[in-house]
Design a protein around this ligand. Structure first.
Ligand code: FES
Length: 96
């Protein structure tokens, strides 16, 4: 680490803690992070393919739909684009 001021600490501060529901289970998240990030951190299941193999977010920028779930009743919501908010209800077809 240099001390000449050309480098600076850029790690973002985490937001306030919130709890979302994923397939009926509480999942902790922080404001400012996406629902997909919170689900990945919690090890939650995403969609499964026709063979039953688990899928997971791929692009994290809204183009692949691998992270799609029902969010507060809205079908096929790309969870990588949705910031976590207290009390959100997420339902995935990946639940076993
Ligand atoms: S991870 Fe690709 S659309 Fe969300």
């Amino acid at each position: 680490m240099t001390t000449d001021g050309s480098w600076r600490h850029t790690a973002p501060e985490r937001g306030d803690a919130v709890t979302i529901s994923v397939d009926g289970e509480p999942v902790r998240a922080c404001t400012g992070e996406t629902v997909a990030a919170a689900m990945l951190a919690a090890g939650a299941a995403f969609e499964r393919d026709r063979s039953g193999a688990p899928r997971a977010p791929l692009c994290n920028m809204g183009t692949c739909f691998e992270c799609a779930a029902t969010v507060d009743g809205r079908l096929l919501t790309r969870t990588c684009l949705i910031p976590a908010r207290e009390g959100m209800v997420i339902e995935t077809p990946g639940r076993l």
